[in-house]
Design a protein around this ligand. Structure first.
Ligand SMILES: [Zn+2]
Ligand SMILES: [Zn+2]
Length: 272
């Protein structure tokens, strides 16, 4: 198994020590894991500094290099990053990816209209549909104007916040999601199956199954498995089910990444 979305205390919202995370991954039986700590320029946290969600990339590479060597007989460790993107910071993010030898980059959105989503302030004075539309419009802008990433992170994250009673059906925003996925596929990008949706009791992964099916129908073939764990016990969470779920949809492979290039692994071989 390959977990390509894992946080440590390099992310402001995690207190997990890197070494404990590696031990957790070994315990979970993973063959490979990829650290993907948060880099969110101009995060927009209410009452927080704009550099709140940044980390020291040099220090990150140094620590991971050390653990890579220490645990080389037990697990393969990759160096990734989760970019919190917004239309006005794309150049800054490109610079980081082009300046360091990352294996993998996730393109995520955590901030809209310069307000972080967790704070809920973004959702004030908007209908649910308006809140979704602004999110997908920004995501479309990003796939059209940014290329320094490998997969789109938690594509329908907007369903998690806002405190709505129900999730808007895909039919309400089908055209824009189709445009986003088409562009991502055209540019050789993938999506992740982020199992944190189950932990957040949303009843499905991120993205929802109808979006994963649409990605497959449109010819998308690049998929990573993502626990989005912020503490060691959630690494590899629900991955066996994810493999069966992807197989049922029609996917034959899942991916890991090395130096920003996809590596394909047969799902059937992983299910043995
Ligand atoms: Zn995220
Ligand atoms: Zn994450």
């Amino acid at each position: 198994m390959f977990d390509f979305h894992v946080h440590t205390d390099f992310s402001e919202d995690s207190s997990a020590k890197m070494e404990d995370v590696i031990k957790g991954a070994i315990k979970a039986g993973l063959k490979e894991m990829c650290f993907t700590d948060h880099m969110d320029y101009d995060f927009g946290g209410v009452g927080l500094d704009s550099d709140y969600f940044l980390f020291d990339i040099e220090e990150y590479f140094a620590q991971i290099a050390n653990y890579k060597e220490k645990y080389k007989d037990d697990i393969s460790i990759k160096i990734g990053i989760e970019l919190g993107l917004q239309p006005h910071i794309l150049e800054l993010c490109s610079k980081d990816i082009q300046s360091y030898p990352f294996d993998f980059a996730i393109a995520s959105i955590h901030t809209l209209e310069r307000i972080d989503l967790v704070s809920k302030k973004y959702f004030e004075n908007k209908t649910q549909k308006q809140a979704y539309e602004i999110y997908f419009k920004d995501l479309l802008y990003i796939v059209n104007n940014f290329n320094d990433y490998n997969v789109l992170g938690h594509v329908d994250i907007i369903k998690r916040y806002g405190g709505y009673d129900s999730i808007l059906p895909l039919s309400e925003y089908y055209d824009i999601v189709e445009a986003i996925l088409k562009k991502a596929i055209e540019n050789g990008k993938g999506i992740e199956i982020n199992t944190s949706g189950i932990r957040y009791k949303l009843g499905d992964y991120h993205p929802s199954q109808d979006i994963v099916k649409l990605y497959h129908q449109l010819g998308g073939e690049i998929i990573t498995m993502a626990s989005d764990a912020h503490s060691p016990q959630y690494i590899g969470y629900d991955f066996k089910n994810v493999l069966n779920y992807l197989k049922d949809i029609g996917f034959k492979y899942i991916n890991s990444f090395d130096k920003m290039n996809p590596v394909f692994h047969k799902i059937d071989d992983l299910l043995i």
